[in-house]
Design a binder for this molecule. Structure first.
Ligand SMILES: [Zn+2]
Length: 45
């Protein structure tokens, strides 16, 4: 299972939710992108 992000409102949406309905549940946009799944929290200070 992967997480997508709405291009419009940047809400996080599960791929299984998009299988039911390819719409952002928050704003109704249909453009999504897949953020990098392996994200490390890097603090540069
Ligand atoms: Zn949205």
């Amino acid at each position: 299972m992967s997480i997508y992000k709405c291009f419009s409102c940047s809400a996080k949406i599960k791929s299984e939710d998009l299988n039911k309905r390819f719409l952002c549940p928050k704003c109704g946009a249909r453009i999504f992108y897949k953020p990098r799944t392996k994200m490390k929290t890097v603090t540069s200070d």
